[in-house]
Design a protein around this ligand. Sequence first.
Ligand SMILES: NC(=O)c1ccc[n+]([C@@H]2O[C@H](COP(=O)([O-])OP(=O)(O)OC[C@H]3O[C@@H](n4cnc5c(N)ncnc54)[C@H](OP(=O)(O)O)[C@@H]3O)[C@@H](O)[C@H]2O)c1
Length: 322
Amino acid sequence: MKYKTIGRTGVQVSSLCLGTMFFKSYSQDSTSRSIFSRSLDEGINFFDCANSYAGGKAEETLGQCMADHGCRNDVVLVSKVCRPMGEGVNARGLSRRHIMQQVENSLRRLQTDRIDFYFAHHYDPLTPLEETLRALDDLQTQGKILYPAVSNWSAWRIAKALGISEKESLARFELMQPMYNLVKRQAEHELFPLAEAEQLGVIVYSPLGSGLLTGLYGVNRSPENGRLLEPRYSKRYSDSANYEIADRFTELARAKGVAPAVLAVAWAMSHPAVTAPIIGPDNLEQLAAYVEAANMDMSPALRDEITALSLNYDYGVERTVD
Ligand SMILES: NC(=O)c1ccc[n+]([C@@H]2O[C@H](COP(=O)([O-])OP(=O)(O)OC[C@H]3O[C@@H](n4cnc5c(N)ncnc54)[C@H](OP(=O)(O)O)[C@@H]3O)[C@@H](O)[C@H]2O)c1
């Protein structure tokens, strides 16, 4: 396993980050426990979670897995806040009130006294940026979180937040988490250049497009079961162009003699701005494919060949004088 530094921090993380969105309750989920254990064996030291995953059960299971292995001090732990955690109008968002409540719940479930990277999971239009940033800064001072981080925000809002943090001497976002895969390349536009200019780490989710880029899906192909068939994901990728790209990509992967899932992850992680992809294995076999991707050398020529299969996203890019 290779390791990289997150942005301008001194924190070293594995080139794969294990996502735990589908971890279930500890007692009922021996698969998640074995995926966690094998990940440690493979050298993965980076784990992504959120308070909302499985209504808190994912954090509980991750916390118990870390306790079983006595490895809390050896891993870099991510969690998030913003999504609804109850019915009340205040049981969501990025208000100081909600953040302060939720961090305590996450720390308890994770069986730890600190979260290494604590994400604003989404943008909250109801809370002023200053309020959120000051709450995160206070948590950093208290040692309950080590670094603030941000997911699913537009680049201009992140840039604005970085400016406020600098002006007010508050802890700034050190890591971002956008979606990124061969058919969802919007992050290349504004987010990755921002991360490179401001030295933010980048971890990208859905490198396989929730299964689209595994060779199992295409214009006339679909497995009987799979994550992508769930309404939330099938809606996200419903444009027929995505399935045409998946077909072209599968053909190229086969011609190169590489499993499509391996090549898709290797492509996502080969963007120079990306610190690590967040991986979502359902079993040990899928974990092995992600690890194979991490060990693959992606030449610039192969990256270009794969990129050319996708839509051209260069519209709207800032232009300088010719
Ligand atoms: N910040 C955010 O808002 C956000 C959003 C989404 C995810 N995340 C994080 O990112 C993590 C990963 O996201 P993701 O699940 O969307 O990632 P993904 O890598 O795009 O998709 C994972 C899915 O692809 C399929 N798959 C994986 N390996 C395969 C293989 N070798 N062959 C065939 N199918 C394979 C599995 O679905 P099947 O069930 O079809 O086998 C698996 O559930 C999550 O756990 C979470 O931690 C964050």
